[in-house]
Design a protein around this ligand. Structure first.
Ligand SMILES: Cc1cc2nc3c(=O)[nH]c(=O)nc-3n(C[C@H](O)[C@H](O)[C@H](O)COP(=O)(O)OP(=O)(O)OC[C@H]3O[C@@H](n4cnc5c(N)ncnc54)[C@H](O)[C@@H]3O)c2cc1C
Length: 475
């Protein structure tokens, strides 16, 4: 259904002079996601820079029953930030809401608006001598509002938790246009339901996050980075456990398969294999040390692991440049899959100790369905979170391979949930990609509670409809 011209006039007025755009060239990149999987349409881009303007916009949306899709950095991987292709939803960009409101170094908190980019948030904390530990490959574009709304994870979760653990308070515009001022910096507050947690991971379906108060930490005095080859995934899991028993804190522990490293070496200029020979699996480890803690922990971890035959070879970075080069191998892994043709991607979690069995079983299922398909399982092994990506067979027809996405995903997800009691979305969210899939795997009681919450807060179903949980059958 076309949006009424009068509604568009009212929305433009609510957004203010510089707060909207109908320029197709400006809007076009915001309607396509990073993986080119979802393409949306919209008659109007709203880009307000104040909470008052956002509240006024949402009030007009409520009065006119206009659906609204919030967007931050457009790095989401499940199509949550992409409006429907019918062109009947307005796109609300939070990017101009990008002020740092306050950094309280002594209290270890900072309050930022939703459109602040993660790299700038890290820098704001760093400038005050503190650490904001969330870190992921999209940190140059992803925004605080998007990271909160997807409950983002990344590489520091095993030490610092996901966004759920990092948010102390929120400010949000509710679906009727009222503003909830929940910017608390309290670490203890047992006065009933923890409302901020409703908005974290809600993917814009319950309201618009406009600002957040975040938890900060002491900056480490040093970070030791090691890269090691392991014979099996089981050895990688055992190495994690043994590294955690040493001094310092294991703040990242990432798994990579040989095929993934080969993709990076082949497609990313300036990269090189840190080890002399090829090995089946690799782990990348960060160990953070506080002031006064003994150094050389990463080397000790590798020596002990070699004595227990948990590693085949390994190196410890001797400089920040070397550490960055090792991290580049991991961060460019997902992008290096692109030149290899189509890939069917999964973001799943299982108990850490079950990862080896999961990778083996899922790999066997994929080999049966699509002989020659190339699994590239990698990721945050310390959180039990594997990006079980599958590259197309060499020389295969990309479209024919991608056409089997649902069939392949069904097999992988059945193994995740039925065999290991895992999750079909560990950190990327549900969006439009998995909205029907979670209805299949979650219990009727869980889906019912999710619908009740959605209907209680957004009875008109104008907030990012059709994402996360359907309250009505799709039209
Ligand atoms: C190369 C790459 C690597 C990545 N690595 C990781 C990783 O390691 N871990 C991880 O967790 N994710 C990862 N992601 C996914 C992505 O970066 C995260 O989902 C991120 O949190 C999205 O932030 P954004 O600002 O781009 O949000 P968007 O993509 O714009 O939006 C994401 C969702 O949040 C909603 N939303 C956005 N802003 C608001 C707001 N202010 N209020 C309400 N709703 C809002 C949108 O409607 C949408 O549903 C990666 C993505 C890429 C491209």
């Amino acid at each position: 259904m076309m949006m009424a011209a009068e509604t568009l006039v009212r929305l433009r007025a609510a957004a203010g002079a510089a707060g909207w755009s109908e320029d197709a060239a400006e809007i076009a990149p915001l309607l396509i996601d990073w993986r080119d999987k979802y393409k949306g349409a919209t008659p109007l881009l709203l880009k307000p820079n104040s909470v008052e303007a956002i509240a006024a916009i949402v009030r007009v949306c409520a009065e006119t029953r206009t659906a609204i899709v919030p967007q931050g950095g457009n790095t989401g991987l499940v199509g949550g930030q992409t409006p429907s292709a019918q062109g009947n939803e307005v796109l609300l960009s939070l990017r101009r809401m990008n002020r740092v409101r306050n950094v309280d170094a002594l209290g270890n908190t900072m309050t930022l608006e939703a459109g602040v980019v993660l790299a700038d948030a890290q820098e704001a904390a760093n400038g005050a001598g503190r650490l904001f530990p969330l870190s992921l490959a999209s940190e140059g574009s992803a925004t605080i509002g998007g990271l909160i709304s997807t409950n983002a994870g990344g590489t520091g979760v095993l030490a610092f938790g996901t966004m759920r653990e990092l948010v102390l308070g929120l400010e949000a515009v509710l679906p009727d246009g009222r503003v909830w001022h929940g910017l608390s910096a309290l670490r203890k507050d047992n006065t009933g339901y923890d409302l901020k947690q409703l908005f974290i991971g809600a993917e814009g379906t319950l309201g618009i996050v406009t600002a957040a108060t975040l938890n900060l930490f002491a900056k480490p005095a040093a970070i030791e980075t090691a890269f090691a080859a392991v014979p099996t995934v089981q050895a990688a899991v055992e190495l994690l456990s043994s590294a955690q028993a040493h001094g310092g804190t294991v703040t990242a522990f990432e798994l990579m398969p040989r095929i993934g490293l080969e993709f990076v070496l082949r497609h990313v200029p300036g990269t090189r294999d840190p080890l002399a020979a090829a090995h089946p699996w690799y782990v990348l480890i960060d160990i953070s040390l506080k002031a006064g803690e003994a150094t050389g922990v990463a080397a000790d971890v590798l020596v002990e692991a070699a004595n227990k035959s948990l590693i085949l070879d390994g190196v410890v970075a001797q400089s920040q440049a070397q550490a960055r080069a090792l991290w580049k191998l991991r961060e460019d892994l997902s992008g290096a899959q692109k030149p290899e043709g189509g890939s069917i991607k999964h973001d799943v979690s299982v108990p850490v100790s079950a990862i080896p069995a999961f990778i083996e079983r899922a790999g066997a299922a994929v080999a049966t369905l699509v002989p020659g398909a190339r699994p590239v399982p990698f990721g945050h092994i310390g959180d039990g979170n594997i990006h079980f990506n599958i590259s197309q067979p060499v020389g295969a027809d990309t479209q024919a391979f991608l056409a089997r996405w649902n069939e392949v995903s069904r097999a992988v997800h059945d193994i995740v949930v039925h065999d290991f009691n895992g999750s079909i979305s560990a950190e990327h969210g549900v969006g439009q990609m998995k909205v029907d899939e979670i209805a299949r795997y979650k219990s009727a009681e869980a889906i019912d509670m999710m619908r009740s919450i959605k209907q209680a807060l957004d009875p008109l179903n104008i907030m990012n409809p059709g994402k996360v949980v359907r309250v009505r059958p799709p039209v």
